[in-house]
Write a protein that binds this ligand. Sequence first.
Ligand code: CTP
Length: 395
Amino acid sequence: MKKHIVLGVTGSISAYKSIEIVRRLIQDEFYVSVVMTKNATNLISPLTFETISHNTVYTSMFEEGSCKNVTHIKLASESDLILIAPTSYNVFGKVSAGIADDLLTSILAAAPPEKVLFAPAMNVHMYENPTMVFNRNQLLKRGYRFIEPDEGPLACGTSGRGRLKDVDSIVQEVKNNFCPALLSHKKILITAGATREYLDPIRYISNTSSGRMGFALAKACHDMGADVTLIAANSHLENPSLKCIRVETVEEMHSEVMKVYPHVDIVFMAAAVSDFKPVQIQSQKIKKTDQVLTLELKQNQDILAELGATKKHQILIGFAAESECLLERAKEKQIRKNADIMIGNDLANFSSMDGSVWIISHEHSAKLQAQSKEELATIILQTLIEQFGLLQNGS
Ligand code: CTP
């Protein structure tokens, strides 16, 4: 189920940045209800937020059609997080003093402080004003959390602390709220997609892997705070907001993987790598001169086996795609390629959206089931951390 974020928008000039916050939260599968103060509606039209959030925008306690008196209680209790971005000087003053004279401050009055995340934005003199300093300290003591503003040029022409934190960091804080940054000091390399081996200028050998598993893992690792490099072969999926290198052939993937490998802690080889390539690539299009065409193929380099053979501190996680005897074959590949862990994937899931997998290490095995590749990626990481000691030395 989607996490429900109430995004409070107050009358700071940086309120226009909240539009991008909503867009990013929606993209990251959050359900967003925007609540605007009256001052905020002077800066931005509620219709803009309504369009971006695909949801009702709340601007007053007593709106036509809303369940009148209880809107503030409903939004306070049914939400998973209340993000106020930007939070103005005025709203801090009201919350600190216990004033609830509009919908947003009433929601804050009805919600536990731990559920609230303030992202302040105001002029530097207002931010450093002793009343603001007092209010901030009071709110911290009561358990409210802050996304501290940045220093820099401010809308009023001055410069100093008071700029709303950048959108990336705010969205990351929201994600961290639900998914602790357990991988924050880890560098992770992930391969995804299906490599291609060209026969002639336009034809190639490949497979049906969509790349979704690798992309979902990359995003899940990134959300848990890891520094991720994704090497993607021929996937139609959009670049995620992390370092993504696009490749086509096994040779290109091999070369990019080897550059990154010495600098990473963990590798997920989720790509479906072509085992064979043509002995010779024809420089011109192959013509149908005979009834039968015989292709001469030779084995490609095995990237995972090479990583296994040269492994130092890295933890290697391979994927075994099998159409039968999944467990035995995954185990055999783990030993042959010197991987720490294999994730056994039934070929029935290969290009589908969801599925189940086995996780196999030298000591344990576990079967995981999920509704989507995204959910599966999160469950795989949780299981690797909790049951397979991913964050300890070795597996
Ligand atoms: N792999 C690799 N380089 C290759 C082939 C596979 O790095 N040339 C990696 C895959 O990314 C995966 C693991 O090895 O993590 C197992 O891949 P899989 O295709 O299941 O196994 P193969 O080694 O190709 O063995 P087989 O063809 O016998 O199933």
